[in-house]
Design a protein around this ligand. Structure first.
Ligand code: NAI
Ligand code: MG
Length: 348
């Protein structure tokens, strides 16, 4: 029986996580759940944002479902030293799991094109998966320094690092339209030259059926908002992926619609991209769609249950039409939306 460690966290985290767990129980009755503390909730109970009991639970987990962490701007948690704040618990969690691939689907739901800042003819049918390398590159390389009026950072990648992230992109593309766009800046960066060479070699060796093309990051920044339909799976390094995924996140038009997965060699981490929304926490009005779609990603990418995952995604699309929440122009609360998802699952 696969074990899912749940970390509801703070703010609306517990509300949206409860919704996701209810949906998982419905489609995957073989799962077991074990709830633990992270973030502000953990600070209140133990004095630490990522306590030992949570750390220990990861050892026997098959997947981790996370809500959100963090308090309001004036929260006492924000007066603590940086390493004791809620957000540092999340960073420590990601590090402990060794998750090197961040997956962010960018989907415009049918019927919700009007929420997108893009024109409806551009946003209609957008369905992109951004695969970002998460542990390497210029953010982490130790060859870095600021010295007087000179400073530098280093973008460095090795072939094994490139191959492991590319393999995840190819694997995901096999379950989608089979098209991968690798994003780099190979006209000016050596590291991109290696990236391009290794991604191409891996495709030729292991995924000859997939279509692979290479595009420059500056060009992708333009095309992802002016012609998003051209993309299926996008794979890129850490810095480029950080910027492109935040840019693309505006396309669906609501934070409440954006799930994510972070994968490594052990259990994966699945979480909505939105924060703890202190302004609406405890009111029962949060949109749990992102958390529920993160649960679908948990089944698809974490536990290899793609059929159950697809059922959830279909039911969420239904519920977005029949019981839209406030953030997307409706009136349904968290529980009403969740009930609509469960009802759609019952019909499926
Ligand atoms: P936020 O994402 O929590 O909220 C931004 C706005 O979007 C708010 O008006 C909120 O009500 C709304 N919103 C977000 N999720 C929603 C949902 N599911 N349904 C309906 N409305 C939703 O970002 P903010 O306000 O900048 O950060 C609040 C706290 O969350 C901070 O402590 C921050 O550090 C933390 N945070 C945590 C993240 C995580 O756990 N991964 C990610 C981003 C922020
Ligand atoms: Mg960012």
């Amino acid at each position: 029986m696969p074990k899912v460690v749940t970390l509801p966290g703070d703010g609306i985290g517990p509300e949206v996580t409860a919704a996701a767990v209810a949906v998982l129980r419905e489609v995957a009755p073989d799962l077991t759940f074990e709830e633990h503390l992270l973030g502000g909730a953990a600070i209140e109970a133990t004095g630490e944002p990522f306590p030992q009991a949570t750390r220990d639970a990861l050892k026997t987990a098959d997947a981790v479902l996370l809500g959100t962490v963090g308090g309001a701007q004036n929260s006492p948690w924000n007066q603590l030293p940086r390493h004791l704040r809620p957000e540092s618990g999340l960073l420590a969690l990601r590090k402990a799991l060794g998750v090197y691939a961040n997956l962010r689907p960018v989907r415009v739901q049918p019927g919700l094109e009007h929420l997108s800042p893009l024109k409806p003819e551009l946003s209609r049918g957008v369905d992109i998966l951004i695969v970002r390398e998460l542990l390497g590159g210029i953010y982490f390389d130790q060859d870095r320094k600021i010295d007087g009026d000179t400073a530098y950072n280093t973008m460095r990648y090795t072939t094994p690092e490139v191959e492991r992230i590319a393999r995840i992109a190819f694997w995901a593309a096999e379950q989608r339209k089979g098209r991968v766009t690798s994003v780099d800046k190979a006209n000016v960066l050596e590291v991109s030259e290696l990236w391009r060479r290794d991604v191409t070699a891996l495709r030729d060796r292991e995924y000859p059926r997939l279509h692979l093309n290479h595009e420059y990051v500056d060009s992708v920044a333009m095309l992802i908002v002016s012609d998003p339909a051209r993309y299926d799976v996008i794979v890129t390094e850490n810095l480029f992926g950080d910027i492109l995924s935040d840019l693309a996140a505006v396309i669906p038009g609501s934070l409440g619609l954006m799930p994510s997965a972070s994968l490594g060699d052990g259990p994966g981490l699945f979480e909505p991209i939105h924060g703890s929304a202190p302004d609406i926490a405890g009111q029962g009005v949060a949109n749990p769609a992102a958390a529920i779609m993160s649960a679908a990603m948990l089944l698809r990418h974490g536990l290899d249950q793609p059929h159950a995952a697809a059922k959830i995604d279909g039911a969420v699309s239904q519920a977005l039409k029949t019981a839209p929440t406030r953030d997307i122009g409706g009136t349904a609360g968290t529980q009403e939306f969740t009930a609509a998802v469960l009802q759609a699952l019952g019909r499926a």
